[in-house]
Design a protein around this ligand. Structure first.
Ligand code: PLP
Length: 440
C-alpha cells in the first residue's frame, strides 16, 4: 500500500487514484472506467471535462481570481447573483455566496435569526427541523440535521433542533392515506411549535426531497403546502435546503417548484459549481431582506472566499451551459426513464422494497422481506455491500440511510450527471442489475 498523508474518510481503506473524467465517466490509473452514477456526492451535474466551463475558468483566471468581498465587487459576481435571481422562484432575489452547502444552510439560519432581530423579536432564535434530514457538517448546520451517525460524536455540543418527522409514507402510512399522513405531519409541527413557543422559533428548515438521511424521500404534492401554512400561521420563516435538490437535479430548477410554494430563504450548492469549483449560496427573499435593508444594513456572516470571481465565473458558466443545452429538461426526461427501468427491475428483485424520487434523483430502499418491509440487520451491512458490488461493476452509487434511528432503512440514490443520454442510462441499469445479482 502506498504511504498516504491525505486524511480520507476511512483511513485504512485503499482508494483508487482517478486520473481523468469525461462526461458521465471517470477513469482510474489502472485503466478502469466508472459510470459516475452518483455525480460524486450529487455534485458533478453536467459531467466531467466540459470544455465551455474549462474555457470560462481559464479566461477568468487570466483577469483576476480573487478579490475580497469587503473591499470590492466584480462584474462576474454581480452577473452570477443576477442569474440566481432569474432562476430562483418568487422573490428569492438576493444571493449570499459561500463555499459549501453547510455554510449555505448555516448562513440561511443566521439570516433567519437576524430577520427577527431587526424587528426587535430577539427571542426568535431556534430552528425546527426534521428527524430525517441532513443540512451539513459544521456545528450550526449539524445542529439542524437529524443524521444520527453524523451527530453522535458531537451530540453534547449540538442544539436539539430536529424534532418532527419527514414524510416517509413507505413506512409511516400503515393503511392510512397520504392525505391523512400529511395532516399528521402538519399537526406534529404545530404541536412542536406550541411546545417550544412560537416566540422562540425563527424558522423551519426542510429538504424538498430528503437526500443523505432518507434516500430521496419524496413528499406528496400537498405536504409542503400544509407545512408552510403552519409556518405562516405562527410567524415562522421557511428555509428550503436545496443543496442537493437544486439546480436541476429533480427535473425542475429547484425541488420546491414541484410543490408550488416558495421559501423565504433557500440554500443551494453542489450542482451550482457542478464540481468545477466549490460554491454555494443562501438565496434570500425580498421579504426577508426588507427589515435588514431598513435596519442594520449588513448581514453578519461571511467567509474569505465568498463571492470570489474565480468561483463566480465557473458557476456562471455552469448555469449558462445548462440553459444552452436544456439540461433541466433532460433531467426530467432521463429521470423518468431511469425510474421506470429501476421500477421494472424492482419487480423481479427480492430486495428492492421502494423506488422513489423525481428527475435524476432516484432513491432505492432495500428490505429483507418485501411484504413485511423488514429491514436487513446491521450485521448485514447491506448498503456498503451494494455500494461495493456496484463499484466492482464500475458504477458509483450514493449511500443513504433511511429511518430516524439510523437502523430502519437501507437506501441508495442514483443521481448521474443531468446530461446523461438514454443509452448511457441503459448502461447504468445493466451495471446496477449485475451488482444487484451479486448481492441478492
Ligand atoms: N444540505 C444538504 C441537503 C446536503 O445534502 C448537504 C450535503 O450532502 C449539505 C447541506 C452540506 O453540503 P456540503 O457537504 O457542501 O457542506
Amino acid at each position: 500500500m502506498k504511504r498516504t498523508y491525505l486524511i480520507k474518510p476511512v483511513l485504512h481503506d485503499e482508494y483508487p487514484f482517478i486520473t481523468h473524467g469525461k462526461g458521465i465517466y471517470l477513469y482510474d490509473d489502472q485503466g478502469k472506467q466508472y459510470i459516475d452514477g452518483s455525480s460524486g456526492a450529487v455534485t458533478a451535474s453536467i459531467g466531467h471535462g466540459v470544455q465551455e466551463v474549462i474555457n470560462a475558468m481559464a479566461e477568468q483566471s487570466k483577469k483576476v481570481s480573487f478579490v475580497y468581498r469587503s473591499q470590492f465587487t466584480t462584474e462576474v459576481a454581480e452577473q452570477l447573483a443576477k442569474k440566481m435571481s432569474d432562476i430562483s422562484p418568487g422573490d428569492l432575489n438576493w444571493s449570499f455566496f459561500v463555499n459549501s452547502g453547510s455554510e449555505a444552510t448555516e448562513t440561511a439560519m443566521k439570516i433567519a435569526i437576524q430577520y427577527w432581530q431587526e424587528q426587535g423579536r430577539n427571542t426568535k432564535n431556534k430552528i425546527i427541523s426534521r428527524w430525517m434530514s441532513y443540512h451539513g457538517i459544521t456545528m450550526g448546520a449539524l445542529s439542524m440535521s437529524g443524521h444520527i451517525q453524523r451527530r453522535e460524536r458531537f451530540e453534547p455540543m449540538l442544539e436539539n433542533y430536529p424534532s418532527v418527522s419527514a414524510p416517509y409514507y413507505y413506512r409511516d402510512a400503515n393503511g392510512r392515506t397520504i392525505e391523512e399522513c400529511d395532516d399528521d405531519y402538519a399537526e406534529e409541527l404545530e404541536k412542536e411549535i406550541w411546545r417550544v413557543g412560537k416566540e422562540h422559533i425563527a424558522a423551519f428548515i426542510a429538504e424538498p426531497l430528503v437526500g443523505a438521511a432518507g434516500g430521496a424521500l419524496t413528499p406528496s404534492d400537498q405536504y409542503f403546502r400544509k407545512m408552510k401554512a403552519v409556518c405562516d400561521e405562527y410567524d415562522i420563516l421557511f428555509i428550503a435546503d436545496e443543496v442537493m435538490t437544486g439546480i436541476g437535479r429533480t427535473g425542475k430548477m429547484f425541488g420546491m417548484e414541484h410543490f408550488g410554494i416558495t421559501a423565504d430563504i433557500m440554500a443551494t450548492g453542489k450542482g451550482m459549481g457542478a464540481g468545477y469549483t466549490p460554491i454555494a449560496a443562501a438565496v434570500v427573499s425580498e421579504k426577508v431582506m426588507e427589515p435588514i435593508l431598513n435596519g442594520s444594513k449588513s448581514i453578519m456572516s461571511g467567509h474569505t472566499f465568498s463571492a470570489n470571481p474565480q468561483s463566480a465565473a465557473t458557476a456562471l458558466a455552469v448555469l449558462q451551459y445548462m440553459e444552452k443545452y436544456n439540461v433541466v429538461e433532460n433531467s426530467a426526461r432521463m429521470g423518468a426513464y431511469l425510474k421506470k427501468r429501476i421500477t421494472e427491475l424492482a419487480q423481479t428483485s427480492e430486495i428492492i422494497g421502494d423506488v422513489r424520487g423525481k428527475g435524476l434523483f432516484v432513491g432505492i430502499e432495500f428490505v429483507e422481506d418485501k411484504l413485511t418491509k423488514k429491514s436487513f440487520s446491521r450485521e448485514c451491512d447491506l448498503v456498503n455491500r451494494i455500494v461495493r458490488a456496484n463499484f466492482e461493476e464500475g458504477l458509483l452509487v450514493y449511500p443513504a440511510n433511511a429511518g430516524v434511528d439510523g437502523i430502519t432503512g437501507d437506501a441508495i440514490i442514483l443521481s448521474p450527471p443531468l446530461t446523461i443520454r438514454k443509452e448511457e442510462v441503459e448502461e447504468l441499469v445493466t451495471r446496477f442489475a449485475a451488482a444487484l445479482r451479486k448481492v441478492e
